[in-house]
Design a protein around this ligand. Structure first.
Ligand code: SAH
Length: 263
């Protein structure tokens, strides 16, 4: 019998959308999230330093989705969880001081499905008690906020996972019906999250050596630069050019005996 062709339908791309739970405190929420994901046809669950896992309560809440817990990937840092992703979206119950490019849950679904056809996509969820840190939020390309009651906007973690997973499934079903959405006719893939993280380190170091930022207090400028590049979403080759430019600047500083000269 002939081998079936690789399934590239929008429903299949659901498997390339990863749900990342950061530092979850309650195993019941991990189980609830696993169930929500299986219901919606999503497959990848990553847990960043969960407080209690594996746990009987997680299995109980997962009900028929316990295999999602067996295949969950447990890592120490958010960076590891999203390293190979070309699109990383953070969920947040609150407005933050420096606003980031925002998506509605519906836009998030459409974009996740469009991009997951060509590269892994991550949706990141925060801690039950205090959400994601500013640093974690700023490591993501977009933020998504579920427009809940403004006087009581914080959903239970597993419920928030359900809402986003539902939107992603709806987007996949819509794409099945019509012309499938695509990431775009771009000749290169977007830079991976791990390469963006290295770029920001390199940028901070070179701007410090250049005397453009105070190495002891780079925060505001670096946050705004992070936001700029997250918005632009350079592709892998553009990021390579930017890295090369920084190296050339550093070499020039070092040659001319600048302040960042290595000992
Ligand atoms: N008290 C925390 C909320 C934590 S709720 C805070 O103020 O940030 C746990 C997680 O569920 C959040 O980190 C987020 O990932 C998700 N979540 C809850 N409500 C949400 C909403 N309205 N929009 C988007 N994500 C939400």
């Amino acid at each position: 019998m002939a081998k079936p062709a690789r399934d590239t339908t929008p429903l299949h791309t659901l498997e390339n959308v990863r749900t990342v739970l950061v530092n979850s405190a309650h195993p019941g929420n991990i189980g609830g999230a696993a169930r929500a994901l299986k219901n919606m046809g999503l497959k990848q669950l990553y847990l960043v330093a969960p407080r209690e896992f594996p746990a009987a309560n997680a299995i109980w809440r997962a009900a028929g989705a316990a295999e999602m817990l067996d295949s969950a990937v447990v890592v120490d840092t958010l960076e590891e969880a999203v390293a190979d992703c070309g699109l990383v979206v953070a969920t947040s119950a609150r407005e933050r001081r420096i606003p980031w490019p925002l998506l509605t849950p519906r836009q998030c679904g459409a974009r996740a499905i469009a991009e997951a056809a060509s590269h892994p996509v991550a949706i990141v969820f925060g801690r039950e008690d205090r959400g994601l840190t500013n640093e974690e939020l700023q490591a993501c390309n977009f933020h998504v906020h579920i427009p809940a009651n403004p006087h009581y906007s914080s959903l239970n973690l597993a419920t928030a996972v359900q809402v986003l997973a539902y939107e992603i499934r709806i987007a996949a079903l819509e794409a099945e019906k019509g012309e499938p959405l695509r990431y775009g006719d771009w000749d290169r893939p977007p830079a991976k999250a791990s390469d963006m993280a290295l770029y920001f380190e390199h940028l901070q170091q070179s701007l410090g050596e250049l005397g453009f930022i105070d190495p002891d207090n780079p925060r505001q400028t670096m946050t705004r630069l992070r936001r700029l590049f997250s918005r632009v979403r350079p592709d892998d080759m553009e990021l390579g050019i930017l890295r090369g430019m920084l190296t050339a600047i550093q070499n020039h500083i070092h040659r001319s005996g600048g302040k960042g000269r290595p000992d």
